[in-house]
Design a protein around this ligand. Structure first.
Ligand code: ADP
Ligand code: ZN
Length: 433
């Protein structure tokens, strides 16, 4: 069994001591190797020798998603490129992906954390694990795969897509554990139900994450598949999957605190808040070599608790993120900022205005993504041919820049409701928080 009890159940004082040692070493290493970090330290008049432990964390400068864009692709790496053995990437703020690099050692630690996750959820070497997260630059597939292999499971690396084949594979291969996004799990559950094959499944555990989901979705998936469904959280900038996950008690997600120091800050004042407060989640990585990051502002609004958990682990638990402190949407797994749509519309010609509204919904367990755009006064509402051509052009631009399809509809001038003189840009009907 792969259970790192000595780390996961460490008394808090010892844990803080370990974190402090690791933090001091990390700050020194980053100051020497990462220009962006060194400049920010210099601006604050800080030297690595001013940081003695976790108690000095709040002196350190923050990092942002835009840093990964500004230093794209390798500028934030703290190891020479020859020591980086893998990169992963996810969508970023301007359509440029954010890129993270892993050294050999980083990959081993990641595997450990993923193995911990599986063990905490009751997975053993006798399980057959279907990884229906995408393999590729997305961190999900390779991350889940490595952990399951580490504890000796039989891994089915099917990747995402082809729903009927996924279900056939689950039945034929006797799959007992399913890894994927919660929306895809819902879709698989409903499809299996429609096909009348739920009874042929041997599934017992589902591990779902990478996007927000509700307790109702959890219940629906658990009831349909007759399994336990667990929530796991991660983000590319910090690691990928495996940053935190529930234990068997499903009472918040334990953060791997021997590798990451979490903080909750007030997104307005930027002051750290005590345990129990709702605020923005900030992470500092203390063992990563390739792409370490200090005080990364995740923009996820969240709550931490240090109350002891029934499972005996001492690592803090985070509640399900309750929204974001910025306006980022996750649509079909892709990060979308309304400003990206605005930029596309500004370049789309003078027959349209940049007055728009994004409407996100969910149908058949897939996100719907509609963009309403007000046409300019000079475009005649009955010129159907032109309207269709413009809609198509904007749809193509959205697809090529964001990597996902949207349905664009031109509407008449001044038809999008304005509240307090300002249009409400996003209507999210998914009710995920
Ligand atoms: P990835 O490409 O690994 O999915 P991204 O960096 O694109 O990572 O997205 C990470 C974001 O996804 C997080 O900041 C958070 O907003 C969201 N997220 C990930 N896991 C969960 C989860 N279990 N519940 C809610 N939101 C989640
Ligand atoms: Zn626990």
């Amino acid at each position: 069994m792969y259970y790192q009890k000595e780390y996961e159940c460490m008394p808090r004082e010892e844990l803080v001591k370990l974190q402090s040692e690791r933090l001091v070493a990390q700050v020194k290493r980053m100051y020497e190797n990462v220009e962006c970090f060194r400049n920010r330290m210099d601006e604050k008049g800080l030297k690595p020798s001013d940081i003695h432990g976790v108690e000095d964390l709040s002196k350190l400068p923050f990092s942002y998603k835009t840093d990964l864009r500004d230093y794209y692709p390798y500028g934030l790496f703290a190891s020479p490129l020859s020591d980086i053995v893998r990169v992963h990437a996810s969508s970023g703020t301007t359509g440029k992906r954010i890129v993270v690099g892993y050294t050999r050692n980083d990959l081993e630690i990641w595997e450990d954390m993923m193995a911990r996750q599986l063990v905490a959820l009751g997975v053993t070497k006798d399980d057959i694990v279907q990884v229906a997260f995408g393999y590729g630059l997305f961190t999900g597939g390779f991350g889940a795969h490595a952990g399951a292999e580490k504890i000796g499971c039989l891994v089915v690396p099917i990747s995402s897509g082809n729903t009927a084949r996924q279900i056939e594979t689950m039945i034929d291969f006797g799959v007992t554990v399913l890894y994927c996004t919660p929306s895809y799990a819902m879709y698989l559950a409903e499809t299996a139900e429609k096909m009348g094959v739920v009874d042929q499944l041997k599934l017992r555990i589902g591990i779902f994450g990478a996007e927000p989901w509700t307790e109702e979705m959890r219940q629906k998936i658990e009831q349909t598949f007759k399994i336990k469904a667990y929530d796991v959280y991660g983000l590319t900038e910090i690691l990928g999957p495996g940053v935190s996950r529930e234990c068997e008690y499903q009472a918040g997600m334990h953060i791997n605190e021997d590798h990451f120091i979490p903080e909750i800050i007030d997104p307005e004042t930027l002051e750290p808040l005590p345990y129990g407060s709702i605020g923005e989640l900030v992470f500092t990585t203390i063992t990563k070599e390739g792409a370490p990051i200090i005080r990364y502002r995740t923009r996820d609004l969240c709550q931490l608790t240090v109350e002891p958990c029934k499972c005996g682990r001492t690592h803090v638990r985070m509640k399900k993120p309750q929204g974001r402190s910025d306006d980022m949407l996750i649509i079909r797994g892709v990060n979308v900022f309304p400003s990206q749509i605005e930029e596309i519309l500004l370049k789309a010609g003078n027959e349209i205005t940049p007055n728009y509204q994004i409407i996100v919904g969910r149908e058949n367990n897939t996100d719907t993504f509609d963009v309403l755009v007000e046409m300019a006064e000079n475009l005649f509402a009955d010129d159907i041919k032109s309207i269709e051509a413009i809609q198509k052009k904007i749809e193509n631009n959205i697809r090529s820049i964001l990597g996902i399809g949207a349905k664009v509809k031109l509407v008449s001038p001044n038809s999008i409701a304005r509240s307090e003189g300002k249009a409400k840009r996003v209507i999210d009907n998914r009710k995920l928080v």
